[in-house]
Design a protein around this ligand. Structure first.
Ligand code: PEP
Length: 233
């Protein structure tokens, strides 16, 4: 059983979400399926599809215009929240410390954070991939956290139609698994994300320590997302 999560980013409509949920509820699968649409589309019944948010405030309530708290997300019925996505790091300067604070808030509200780590192209070219991944895992996961998901997303490959080699994915996921074991969190699922599609999903999910995928562009339409979900069981 794998975890297949879709990150809609700033795309879609409530109608599109309804269409997706209806289509996914007809799919025969034992996989866990999660959709993370924009905040305004949360609060609906996903049936067998779990819903998640794409970001969360580190604060619980108060004068933080534009922010949405973990308590509010949980009250909408959502179960998950993505934290530390590459685009949050790039456009909102989120650091590992900020990501950890957001993950802490999520856990306190009963949400499962999907904590993203991964290297930029410059970091890859400088030979820093493994160091960035390991420090991401160690610095973003709150102490004593239990229910978290880690997503390895090579930032240079997101939305670019590029994928690392099988060996690169394997090395990254083995390092994350070893780091999590060292932290006493060896049952934590590890997702791979970046340019996953129906044609490469089953091969990627056959790699050791790949417990599922986080999908961006290919999660927006049932015709693209369903083949990813049904590529593994
Ligand atoms: C993402 O943004 O998390 C992602 C994986 O995007 P894409 O699948 O489009 O590369």
């Amino acid at each position: 059983m794998k975890i297949i999560a879709g990150n809609w980013k700033m795309n879609g409509t409530s109608d599109a979400l309804h269409t997706m949920i209806t289509a996914l509820n007809d799919v025969e699968t034992s996989n866990t399926v999660i959709i993370c649409p924009p905040f305004t589309m949360l609060g609906v019944d996903g049936g067998r599809v779990a819903l998640g948010a794409q970001d969360v405030s580190a604060h619980d309530h108060g004068a933080f215009t534009g922010e949405v708290s973990a308590t509010m997300i949980a009250a909408s019925g959502a179960k998950y929240v993505i934290v530390g996505h590459s685009e949050r790091r790039q456009y909102h300067n989120e650091t590992n410390d900020i990501v950890r604070a957001k993950a802490t808030a999520a856990i306190a509200a009963g949400l499962t954070p999907i904590i993203c780590v991964g290297e930029t192209m410059d970091e890859k070219n400088d030979g820093k991939t493994m160091a960035i991944i390991e420090s991401g895992v160690r610095e973003c996961i709150p102490t004593d956290a239990r229910h978290v998901i880690v997503a390895y997303e090579p930032r240079w490959a997101i939305g670019a139609g590029l994928t690392p080699t099988r060996e690169e994915i394997s090395a990254a996921h083995t390092l994350i698994a070893d780091t999590l074991r060292d932290m006493g969190m060896d049952t934590t699922p590890i997702l791979y994300g970046a340019s996953v599609k129906g044609s490469n999903a089953s091969e990627i999910m056959s790699i050791d320590h790949v417990d599922g995928v986080l999908v961006g562009g290919a999660s927006l339409k049932p015709d693209d997302f369903i083949p990813i979900i049904t590529s593994v069981n």
